[in-house]
Design a binder for this molecule. Structure first.
Ligand SMILES: C[C@](O)(CO)[C@H](O)COP(=O)(O)OP(=O)(O)OC[C@H]1O[C@@H](n2ccc(N)nc2=O)[C@H](O)[C@@H]1O
Ligand SMILES: Nc1ncnc2c1ncn2[C@@H]1O[C@H](COP(=O)(O)OP(=O)(O)OP(=O)(O)O)[C@@H](O)[C@H]1O
Length: 269
């Protein structure tokens, strides 16, 4: 069985408060995008994990795909599987790629083994793997609060917009990015802002991580400026970075401007 874990972007991100457990309460819109890995499982005599594409800098047992499988194995009878991950979503990017792989693994094994674990329980399992992970169980646009694990569906479609996604050769550490932000409740809720035309988002919608990440990594700020110069209706860093996305009305061909970067351009479904 095969599936194609996709990335997400954050449309706005407010770091609202610090929690006693060290994590932060946030408010963000998670929006799925069609930048995808491929994840395959095959019934086998014994377990194996192989990985191709962008090399993941973690040993097999630390790969989030294997973590997700082991989590299910600790609760259910799971036959031995050969697992293969083809990595195409850059990591350290704010795109949630590793979390997507883990969430899709939970769903894939749930289906393959007929475990019938309901969505709420899958989300709960996913939240023990990573803050971004539960979103990918439902994988539809949501307003997220809490640590990013409390969801309200939003009526939002960016279908037809052209996305230009750029990840420079810089990785931003998520814990470090959180430690550099001064939490503050937003003046206007993101739920209200995304109800307004996309043309107005530039003036209204912020990613709180940009304030501290941009001075440290000017190259990321420069990518956002370039996307606006080239006509983006809205541009922002995603999550804690380092990727930046632009939404355009017309198809883009901007690869040549971003040498040395991962660039993905395409229309949103
Ligand atoms: C920045 C976002 O990508 C926005 O969607 C997420 O909040 C980060 O999600 P993630 O990478 O899945 O994060 P995790 O792997 O669970 O956590 C990494 C580290 O980020 C910090 N962290 C994460 C999420 C959160 N709401 N508050 C935090 O303070 C914690 O220091 C944690 O140890
Ligand atoms: N399947 C996987 N895909 C990507 N990274 C993985 C995976 N499994 C484990 N990792 C580890 O997680 C690290 C990337 O996590 P990180 O949270 O920075 O990236 P991300 O998946 O892009 O998510 P984020 O949106 O939080 O940036 C990698 O450096 C790697 O060591």
């Amino acid at each position: 069985m095969i599936c194609f874990p996709n990335a997400k972007i954050n449309l706005g991100l407010n770091v609202v408060s610090k929690r006693p457990d060290g994590y932060h309460n946030i408010e963000t819109i998670f929006y799925p995008i069609p930048v995808k890995d491929a994840l395959e499982i095959v019934g086998a005599g014994r377990f194996s994990f192989t990985q191709t594409g962008i090399p993941v800098d973690a040993p097999a047992e630390k790969n989030l795909v294997v973590k997700a499988l082991n989590l299910l194995k600790s609760r259910h009878e799971i036959p031995e599987l050969e697992v293969h991950l083809l990595k195409a979503i850059p990591f350290g990017a704010g795109l949630g790629g590793g979390s997507a792989d883990a969430a899709f693994m939970l769903k894939l094994v749930n289906d393959y083994c007929g475990l019938h674990i309901p969505q709420d329980d899958l989300e709960e399992l996913a939240s023990s793997i990573g803050a971004d992970c539960p979103f990918f169980i439902r994988n539809r646009p949501v307003f997220a609060s809490g640590t990013g694990n409390i969801f309200e569906p939003v009526e939002l479609s960016l279908a037809g917009y052209h996305l230009c996604l750029v990840k420079p050769d810089v990785a931003v550490s998520t814990p470090e990015a959180y430690s550099m932000v001064t939490p503050e409740a937003p003046e206007t809720s993101l739920k209200e802002i995304i109800g307004k035309p996309v043309e107005e988002w530039r003036e209204l919608m912020v990613n709180d991580f940009e304030k501290s990440v941009f001075p440290k990594h000017p190259v990321i700020a420069g990518i956002k400026d370039t996307l606006y110069e080239k006509g983006a209706v809205y541009a922002s860093m995603s999550g804690s970075g380092s990727s930046v996305f632009g939404l355009f009305r017309e198809a883009t061909d901007l690869k040549a401007l971003f040498t040395g970067c991962f660039v993905w351009e395409g229309q949103l479904p």
